[in-house]
Design a protein around this ligand. Structure first.
Ligand code: MG
Length: 464
């Protein structure tokens, strides 16, 4: 990994290689900051399946108790189950011990506000300020706050999804779907399996051992889903679903054994929801496929784009009264459930869509316009000094521009998004077009302009 294992501090959390950037000491410090931030209010703690989460959990609980916060420990749980539990317990916040899709040697902490969504930029800055200042509210008066176990978060999560007004549970059950579920050795298995069972599916589980030792690449991108695709085809299943290790991202394999990529999870979910909500607003980030615009256009809806990062989408969805939203990386957010990305919600909406249409998952996929997306990244040493608008000016003349997160340029047939990564020292370049050659050309020209710009930097010539 290009971050060298150091601690990466983001808007809503921290992440690093365990024992290097992320130690028990770091975890206890951030948990102490969270307890201080929550003013001794109740905090929900959960973790994904990574073995390192066992010891980090003690460090986190210790930091919270020491600053006067009682803890509800939901144990190994999907990230959306923990977000829901914050609301269910009326908690002041939550801490999720997870490194999401990152490799097994990583772990991290994600911080949830009392609203059940990740800390936003302002809240995260306040937490970091407490952590850096070391001004923790240690030394409270007795009695010492308690730790309570709650092992029902997954069951409540399943019940919440089953209760969604968009679902016709009886109709889905009548289809008796044959499903292959690839849990990826993560924390999403209990919710996804429980949901599929309740929806009357005959489910074969792959990589279901909640070991945190990842038998496939942890990110549910198409190239990591060959085993799932093979199993779906071999078993003549109706659909395959794959989760990331903390169960907030969903990827789909068709009955033909084709891994269609994560972009389809939101697009198909939006297709079902918008067709019944008489239009409405869809919120997604600037790097998500324009399939979402096509779906919204079809049903009289409107798309609002935000900077990349779940909390940006969540906050904007609340402000816009969105009917659905999420991210192209397989993150589906349905406000009726809650305002966090939730793979189980995506599974339910996709099964509802194919039950409603009476066809197959590949017919639903073929019902969406097809675009070609290409992603690349360029190394970034030091900072990007030039304004992206100037650097990319030769390429983006005549395009509609959005500079709210790097630069996004869109044309009638294509778009290009160039942004500095929040987690790695790279510039991310994404393009999508109706024709692959067009997307490829946009990416290559952008990379060329970025290389020319960084060549002018004295900083890029320094050693290391
Ligand atoms: Mg995740």
């Amino acid at each position: 990994m290009t971050d060298g294992g150091r601690l990466v501090v983001g808007v809503s959390g921290v992440r690093g290689v365990v024992g290097e950037g992320l130690t028990p000491e770091v975890a206890a410090r951030f948990a102490s900051a969270m307890g201080t931030y929550c003013r001794g209010g109740l905090v929900v703690v959960g973790r994904d399946t990574r073995p390192s989460g066992v010891s980090l959990r003690y460090a986190v609980v210790s930091g919270l108790l020491a600053t006067g916060s009682p803890v509800v420990d939901v144990g190994v749980a999907a990230t959306p189950s923990v977000q829901l539990a914050v609301g269910e317990h009326g908690a002041a916040g939550g801490v999720i011990i997870t490194a999401s899709h990152n490799p097994g040697e990583y772990n991290g902490l994600k911080f949830v506000s009392s609203r059940g969504i990740f800390l936003n930029a302002e809240e995260g800055a306040r937490l970091r300020q407490i952590s850096e200042s070391g001004r923790f509210s240690f030394g409270g008066q007795p009695p010492t706050p308690e730790v309570r176990d709650d092992r029902q978060a997954a069951a409540r999560h399943v019940a919440r999804v089953l209760g969604l007004s968009y679902l016709d549970v009886a109709r889905i059950r009548a289809r008796r779907f044959r499903v292959v579920l690839d849990v990826g050795n993560g924390a999403g298995g209990r919710v996804a399996s429980g949901l599929l069972e309740a929806l009357g599916c005959a489910t074969r589980v792959l990589h279901g051992e909640p070991s945190g030792v990842f038998a496939r690449g942890p990110e549910p991108v198409a190239e990591n889903l060959k085993a799932l695709a093979g199993e779906v085809a071999a078993r003549r299943a109706d659909v395959g679903f794959a989760l990331d290790p903390d169960g907030d991202r969903l990827s789909i394999v068709t009955e033909k054994g084709e891994a269609v990529g994560e972009e389809y999870s939101l697009a198909l979910s939006a297709e079902g929801v918008l067709s019944r909500s008489d239009g409405g607003v869809v919120v997604t980030n600037l790097s998500t496929s324009r399939m979402v615009e096509a779906v919204a256009g079809r049903w009289g809806g409107r798309v609002v784009r935000t900077p990349v990062g779940e909390v940006h989408v969540s906050v904007r969805m609340m402000a816009e009264g969105a009917v659905i939203g999420g991210e192209g990386n397989g993150g589906v957010i349905l406000p009726e459930a809650h305002y966090g990305r939730d793979a189980a919600v995506g599974i339910a909406l996709v099964l509802e869509l194919i039950a409603d249409r009476g066809g197959s998952i590949s017919e639903a996929v073929d019902g969406l316009p097809h675009y070609e997306m290409i992603k690349a990244k360029a190394p970034l040493e030091g900072d990007l000094r030039g304004d992206l608008g100037e650097v990319l000016a030769p390429l983006v003349g005549g395009a509609d521009l959005d500079a709210s997160d790097g630069l996004r340029a869109s044309w009638p047939d294509a778009w290009l998004h160039v942004r500095k990564s929040g987690t790695e020292p790279v510039v991310r370049v994404v393009a999508e077009a109706e024709v692959r050659a067009r997307a490829q050309a946009l990416v290559e020209e952008a990379l060329g302009l970025l290389a020319r710009e960084s060549g002018r930097h004295p900083m890029t010539n320094r050693e290391g």
